[in-house]
Structures are given as C-alpha cells and as structure tokens.
Design a protein around this ligand. Structure first.
Ligand SMILES: [Zn+2]
Length: 344
C-alpha cells in the first residue's frame, strides 16, 4: 500500500481483525452482487468504501421514486431519468471510491447466463428480492464451489446466512427440507407489506461484515449461523442450521434452478407486474418507439430501456427483448401485450 492508501483505510487497518495484511487482501479482492436494491445498495456502498478492488453489479431494474426511501445509493435525478440501477450505482460508487473497478451489468440473472456472469469471483452476494433468483444463486454457488451470502428483508424483519457450499448448510438445506417455500410465507413481499429502511440496512450491514471477513481472508471468523432480527420489536436471533445430508442441491447436486427446470419464462414481479424473461433478441428501441407512435402514451426512452403506457398497463422494454408489464398479474395478458406491441 502507498502512503495515501495507508491514510485512506487507516481506521480499518487499526482494527485488529483486519490489519495491514487484511486490507491488502481487500484491495486485491473481487465480488459479484446480484440485485442492487435495498440490500444491494447498502452492501455495495460499504464494500466499495472498505476498499474492495472489483465489484460486478448485476441488476435488471431501473430506479423509481418509491425506491429512494431505502435504496441509499440513488437520488431523485436517477429516478427522474429512469436510469438502470446498475448504471446509477456505478456512477455514485465511482464518486465514493475511484480506486474500485465497478462493472455494472444491466441483465436478468437466469439459468442460461448465471454460471457465466457469476464465475471468476470468490464471493457472490444476494441483493435480490425474490426466492427464484436466490435458489438460482444457490445452485450456481454449489456448481462453482464458491461462498455466497443470503440476505432478505421485508416489513421490519431481516435475515441473513453465510453459505459455504459443501461445508455449511445451503439455502436448500435451510428452506426445502422444512417444507416451506421461503422464510416469509407466500404473499409477504416488500410490495405487499412494505419494508423499513432500517431493517434492510441492518441485514445488509451484517452481510457486508461477513463479506469483508471472506475477502480479507479471515474465514475462521465467519458466523455461519442464521441471523435474524426485527427492528420494530427489537428482537435478535441467531441459530445454527445443520446441513441436510440428503440435500437436493449441496449433497445430491440436482441443480434444478441452474438447469432451467424450475424457472418459468414468465414470472410475477412485484404486486401487479409480470416479467417476460429475456428472449435473446436485439431490439432497436428507437425503431420500436417510432412504431408504437400514438398507440402508446408517456413514451420515455434512454439507451437502456423504453417505457410507455397502454392504458391501463405500463410496459418497460429492454434491448435484449425482456419486458416488464405493470398493471396485471395474468401472464396471458402480459404475453398478449408483448406480442401486440413488441412482436412475437
Ligand atoms: Zn444444501
């Protein structure tokens, strides 16, 4: 480290758990973050400030005004410009620490691209908001043999677990063996019951602390218990999770989510939106905007997306052919709108 770096990271070097050697490792480290929302913005911010060398951010959404309450890397101009979250995050993070190499990827992690986008990194971080993607990350982490950190927050509640495939319980050990689909119940999402920024912030901070241990080479210090907290009632829990010797993922290596058997082409996304997954198309958004003409209202376009209204629906289309249809829960309606306005 040069004298400027010694000064810049001095408070972390002074901390006995990291020291100069741990800081040097952090500066050479790399990590991939999937999802840059309430959890991802906090972990990315903390890790880039701590000196992580390279951060890849994968996110499929764009910034909306309802995100600003908890997604601490974004501001009003990002929402006004409907910037993709990965791109907006990169801009803010570069201003925070220009030493870090930030790689924004505006993409939907799916069974076809997961191994390619996640490989080459010694750690994967969960910043997602859905269990379909988390199980995909879990299967990819098992396949690649790299650690990942599960984290989730809804309402005033948050939960996190550090997963070392083959050594500690994986997400399938935790959730599939108990017969539950996830830890929260079926209908509870941030779109139905809301979320406190403090709940997301605390869980993301624990996730960042665990990530720092891994990236600084202090894996003996990891806490591999399932940690949960409720910031409203003031309750903290930490429990040991045993591996399931017959686990579908980390024992039998039936990586269903990675093989694509468990991922539909159409998924629910939020309370009243349907996502039509990427079709590996190469759409010319300007041409599409021209074609839509007066059929669409409130057309907004930038290099990354085209957003418009067909009353009572809203559609956001990305250059790879992926689309989010807001205003319906019915996949058939979404498919029909897609074929009518974008083309099959
Ligand atoms: Zn397992």
């Amino acid at each position: 480290m040069d004298p400027k770096q010694l000064e810049k990271y001095s408070r972390q070097i002074l901390f006995a758990g990291i020291g100069e050697e741990g800081q040097e490792r952090l500066l050479r480290s790399s990590v991939v973050l999937v999802g840059c929302g309430a959890l991802g913005t906090v972990t990315a911010n903390l890790l880039v400030r701590s000196g992580v060398g390279r951060l890849r951010i994968i996110d499929r959404d764009f910034v909306e005004s309802s995100n600003l309450q908890r997604q601490t890397l974004f501001d009003e101009s990002d929402a006004r410009d409907a910037l993709p979250k990965a791109v907006a995050a990169e801009r803010h993070l570069r201003a925070v620490n220009s030493d870090a190499a930030i790689e924004p990827l505006v993409a939907d992690l799916n069974s076809q691209n997961a191994v390619e986008l996640l490989s080459g990194f010694p750690l994967i971080l969960d910043g997602t908001d859905n269990f379909e993607t988390r199980f995909l990350i879990n299967d990819a982490a098992v396949c690649l043999g790299v650690p990942w950190i599960y984290a989730a927050a809804v309402g005033s509640y948050g939960v996190t677990l550090t997963i070392l495939p083959g050594k500690t319980a994986c997400l399938a050990c935790l959730l599939e063996s108990s017969g539950k689909s996830n830890g929260f119940g079926v209908e509870e999402t941030c779109d139905t019951v809301g979320v406190l920024n403090s709940a997301a912030g605390i869980v993301a901070s624990i996730e960042a602390a665990e990530a720092t241990k891994i990236l600084a080479g202090k894996t003996d210090q990891l806490d591999t218990r399932l940690t949960s907290c409720d910031v409203w009632v003031g309750r903290f829990h930490s429990i040991r999770v045993e591996r399931n010797p017959n686990c579908r993922a980390c024992s039998r290596r039936e990586l269903l989510y990675l093989e694509g058997d468990a991922q539909p082409h159409v998924t629910m996304c939020g309370r009243d939106s349907v996502q039509i997954h990427e079709r590996r198309r190469n759409l010319d958004l300007s041409e599409l905007a021209r074609r839509l003409g007066r059929a669409a209202e409130d057309l907004r376009q930038n290099a990354f997306l085209l957003h418009f209204r067909i009353q009572p629906y809203e559609m956001t289309v990305f250059p790879d052919g992926r689309a989010v249809v807001k205003g319906t829960r019915d996949p058939a309606v979404a498919r029909s709108l897609y074929s009518r306005y974008i083309g099959a």
